[in-house]
Design a protein around this ligand. Structure first.
Ligand code: ADP
Ligand code: MG
Length: 342
């Protein structure tokens, strides 16, 4: 859980701070008619730095597991304006003119740095490539291919599970290249300004790093029998910036914004539904309706399959956000009970 600080607007308005971390992974919500404590693997308070979140959330281990061939996913979710994009990318994700101070870089840039550092340490064994997609109004669009974004088909196969056909995958070897791809893609994402956030993301964005670890002989002898070689491994590291849940009433949305909000809410509901069903004990589990939305199809493996997943739930401490905050905390508590089989 990450609790962001009160914003200037919230402070000026005189909003009360109703969420506090009590240490030991617990978070306490206290307001007029609510008094509840929730427990999680880790809770980051308003004062926590981006580095503390990277080190304390298990993100570094996730990068290492991806290099070892696992499918790893981190996703940020929470109400619009709760700090999802900030946590993943830092404060200036939408700006080219003002690069973020190194201390404010988010989980993504920190993971890239960690990955490239490990990659250099291993010489040429690792081949890295990236793809970047958004789901906007239930359409999957490529954020890296040039030209106006066009919808790509989402397919299913027995060997690959759900996958996006014809998505562009770009090779990279340096931190500058991947940071550039992230910036280019983020700028193509659909965002709109509304009452809760000036740069509200109107789409779910999925950036996936594909890590191929080439097969390698353990001894450099010329005639090594097949059995003593280290097989090639293919891992993935996927970052999911979910569009925020929102109440149309509070964001003052109408027309197109309202259609977007309904699509966002519907796919988040499908995600919540899958998580609730996955959280049931294995024996009592019924069919998981991944096919209910594009988002749940693309996340099927991360949610209930063979992936390793870190979920960062972002919340605002403000009294005005109380009901959304409680719903995020309940959602996260359910998600915590889900187990996958990596
Ligand atoms: P979301 O992506 O959830 O809609 P943002 O990440 O865009 O929300 O955050 C909303 C606003 O709050 C932004 O101006 C952002 O800079 C600020 N913010 C969010 N989290 C923090 C934090 N931990 N520390 C300081 N400012 C934050
Ligand atoms: Mg955002």
């Amino acid at each position: 859980i990450r609790v962001r600080p009160l914003t200037c607007t919230e402070t000026q308005r005189g909003d009360q701070q109703v969420v506090r971390s009590l240490g030991d992974g617990t978070v306490h919500v206290s307001a007029a008619r609510h008094d509840a404590t929730f427990g999680f693997s880790a809770v980051f308070d308003a004062g926590a730095s981006q580095e503390a979140v990277f080190e304390g959330s298990g993100m570094r281990q996730l990068v290492e597991l991806a290099i070892d061939g696992f499918s790893c996913t981190v996703f940020a979710f929470g109400q619009t304006g709760s700090g999802k994009t900030y946590t993943l990318m830092g404060p200036f994700a939408q700006s080219t003119t003002q690069p973020a101070a190194p201390g404010l870089l988010g989980l993504m840039q920190r993971s890239f740095a960690c990955l490239l550092q490990q990659s250099r340490g291993r010489g040429s064994d690792l081949a890295l490539s990236a793809s970047y997609l958004e789901i906007y109004n239930e359409q999957v669009r490529d954020l890296l291919s040039p030209g106006p974004p066009c919808a790509l088909p989402l397919r299913w196969s027995k060997t690959r599970g759900f996958y996006v056909e014809n998505q562009l995958s770009v090779d990279f070897e340096s931190l500058e290249t991947i940071a550039d791809l992230l910036l280019q893609g983020s700028q193509r994402r659909r965002t709109s300004a509304h009452a809760l956030n000036r740069h509200s993301s109107r789409s779910h964005a999925l950036l996936t790093i594909h890590i191929l670890r080439r097969a390698q002989s353990i001894t450099p002898a010329p005639r090594v029998p097949q059995s003593s070689t280290c097989p090639s491994k293919q891992g993935t590291l996927c970052f999911v910036d979910l569009a925020g849940s929102e109440r149309v009433k509070e964001t003052g949305s109408s027309g197109q914004l309202c259609v977007e909000a309904n699509n966002i809410n519907r796919s988040l509901l499908a995600l919540g539904h899958c998580i609730s069903l996955l959280a049931k004990p294995r024996g009592k589990r019924t069919h998981i309706p991944y096919r209910d939305s594009k988002l749940t199809r693309l996340l099927a493996r991360s949610l209930g399959g063979s992936g390793i997943t870190l979920m960062v739930a972002c919340i605002s401490p403000s009294s005005r956000c109380l009901s959304e905050t409680l719903s995020t905390l309940h959602y996260a508590s359910r998600a915590r009970r889900v187990t996958t089989r990596p």
